[in-house]
Every structure is written in structure tokens, then in C-alpha cells.
Design a protein around this ligand. Structure first.
Ligand code: SAM
Length: 216
């Protein structure tokens, strides 16, 4: 949201309150985006970093052969994800760590895919976070972003209006444009924007695939 406070301290405070109720409010609305994100990430390879893993709603959608590491700013959201992993016995989840997307504590070229489900608009400097994602991604790997990237017109506009209260409550920006991600990729010159896939409801959310070129 324009003028919103996206500082790490503010985000942690906000998500402390969301943690107990997040799944009930968002599971259904985000399921298609979550499933699509996990499927596309797994197609790029088994070693996956999920940025902004939250309560772990994407985790059930990864195939069992994957090795998923999840990070999130909020220890309360991560605690919910840990409970889920334990309760469901998800052997494909390797680690869940409290971490800021803008400073990833992983070596270069560590992952086949890095995904950012419904988090990129919450990060104060998304380009810096995307640069970090690119650094920890192996050459030829993919960044998968799920986000609200509507244009406010037609049926799309009416759906936006209907779900606006939920969208604003969780802090997603209505000002964030898909072009910002395209510009980041163009500016770097080592990523190709492969696909922008509309997902439920009616393309209100989109999943974006960016592929890092192999180094020559
Ligand atoms: C809307 S929730 C999405 C959670 C999960 N990805 C999903 O799709 O259900 C956004 C999550 O991003 C986390 N987050 C916000 N800013 C972050 C940052 N700079 N680094 C890491 N996580 C962040 C929040 O703590 C919250 O858990």
C-alpha cells in the first residue's frame, strides 16, 4: 500500500497478530497460487528456497522428492509452519529459519528455484531482495513470484473490489505493478521473464516465472 510501513519491525508486529488466524482467512483464496508456485518451483529442480514461508501454506504442495528451505521475518508465522511440518510429517521440508529476504544467509548458487509467494509487495526494497534471490540461485535456476498484480478494470476490477478488504488487511500493495519485476530483470540482463500465469480468482493473482541464464 502506498505510504505503508514495511519495516521489518512493523512486519513482525503485524504478522504476530496474523499468525493464529492466517490459515482460516487465506487458505482457500490463495490455494491455486500456492499450488502453481510449488509446481513451477519443483519443475526447476529439487532444491527450493521459499521466501516469506509464513505459516507454511505452500509446503503441502511440493512433491515429496523436493528439499525445501523456508525463511520468514516473523518468528510467530514460522512457529505455525514448524507446527504444520511436525503434525503432517513433511520430510521434504529441510529447514525453517527466521531471516530477512533482503539479507539471505545462504551461499551463492545454493538453490534450483527461489519462490516468493505473496510477499514481494511487502518488502521495502524488492529489487534488493530479488538480487539476493538471484545470488543464491544456481545459473539456469528459476525465481517464481506469486502476487496480486491487478489493473483495476472490468471483471478483474470488480473482483479486486470484492477482495480488497482482505488484500489491504494483509498489507499487499495495490500500487505494485508487474512492470517493476520486468524492469528489474531487464536492468540485470541475466534473467528472462518466461511466463505470467493468471491464477484464481480470475487472474486477480498472478504467478511469474523468471529464469536465470546459464553463465558463459
Ligand atoms: C502475506 S504473508 C504470505 C505467507 C505465505 N507465503 C503464503 O503465501 O501464505 C507474507 C509473509 O511474508 C513475511 N515477510 C514480510 N516481509 C518479509 C521480509 N522482508 N523477509 C522475509 N519475510 C517477510 C511476513 O512475515 C509474512 O509471513
Amino acid at each position: 500500500m502506498a505510504g505503508m510501513n514495511n519495516s521489518p519491525e512493523h512486519q513482525s508486529r503485524v504478522y504476530r497478530h496474523w499468525a493464529p488466524i492466517y490459515d482460516r482467512v487465506y487458505r482457500g483464496l490463495l490455494r491455486d497460487g500456492h499450488r502453481t508456485t510449488a509446481t513451477l518451483a519443483a519443475a526447476a529442480g529439487p532444491d527450493i528456497l521459499e521466501v516469506g514461508v509464513g505459516t507454511g501454506l505452500v509446503l503441502p504442495h511440493y512433491p515429496a522428492h523436493c528439499r525445501v528451505t523456508g525463511i520468514d521475518l516473523s518468528e510467530h508465522m514460522i512457529a505455525k509452519a514448524r507446527e504444520k511440518v511436525e503434525r503432517k510429517g513433511f520430510a521434504h521440508v529441510k529447514a525453517l529459519r527466521v531471516m530477512n529476504a533482503q539479507h539471505l544467509d545462504f551461499a551463492d548458487d545454493s538453490f534450483d528455484a527461489v519462490c516468493l509467494p505473496f510477499v514481494v509487495t511487502l518488502i521495502p526494497e524488492p529489487e534488493r531482495a530479488l538480487d539476493e534471490c538471484a545470488r543464491v540461485l544456481r545459473p539456469g535456476g528459476e525465481i517464481i513470484i506469486a502476487s496480486k498484480l491487478g489493473d483495476g478494470r472490468g471483471i478483474q476490477g470488480r473482483i479486486e473490489e470484492a477482495v480488497a478488504p482482505l488484500v489491504h488487511k494483509v498489507g499487499w500493495s495495490s500500487a505494485f505493478r508487474i512492470s517493476r519485476i520486468g524492469e528489474w530483470a531487464r536492468h540485470r540482463g541475466d534473467f528472462d521473464l518466461l511466463e505470467i500465469r493468471p491464477v484464481f480468482p480470475n487472474g486477480f493473482f498472478k504467478v511469474i516465472r523468471l529464469k536465470q541464464r546459464a553463465r558463459s
